[in-house]
Design a protein around this ligand. Sequence first.
Ligand code: GTP
Ligand code: MG
Length: 196
Amino acid sequence: IRYESAQFLISAAKLSQCPPETGYEVAFAGRSNAGKSSAINTLTHNKKLARTSKTPGRTQLLNFFDLGNSRFLVDLPGYGYAKVPAHMKIQWQKHMEEYLSERQSLRGLVLVMDCRHPLQNFDIMMLEWATESDMPLHIIMTKSDKLKKGPASKQLLMVKKELQQYGENVTVQLFSSLKRDGLTILKNTLNSWLAE
Ligand code: GTP
Ligand code: MG
């Protein structure tokens, strides 16, 4: 799969606006500001593909990126943006649940967590959902450039231990969009999900 050739396809506010479910896709989920859009840009070698921001809540829609050959990446809106009004949070949850539970072409989830603040409530919810629905889930503990090597590996080990209870469908790695660390592992995981 040539991630570098990714192109923006469409933004959808809800499932009914998503492209037809003909191909395979991988969605990037995680808390607001965790680094989902940055990870997509790193993966595709395209700094301008997915909009990133210092302000949490940048990505409000499901953004689809076309990899060719009916393969897609999906940038999901971040969870937990405090300034979003309650009624919008409820809408967000409804649309996310609908997408996750009904999307036939969804092949796997990349759960993006800041390596300094792993396994928050939202992350646990996603883990439990993925396990129950047999959806492969790969965690990237991103912003690893913010920690020294020792503390970073310690965080990884701690998370790995916590993940044992979720079984073999859940994997985890350190990642840095800034340093492009962990890119090969991420690509290999996505390749295996998006292959025929
Ligand atoms: P929402 O769209 O609001 O849900 O956020 P997001 O998860 O898409 O986060 P985004 O990619 O916009 O990144 C948020 C902030 O973190 C930006 O200021 C990025 O530059 C920064 N950031 C993302 N990844 C990394 C990383 O690996 N290292 C460092 N140092 N900063 C990062
Ligand atoms: Mg984003």
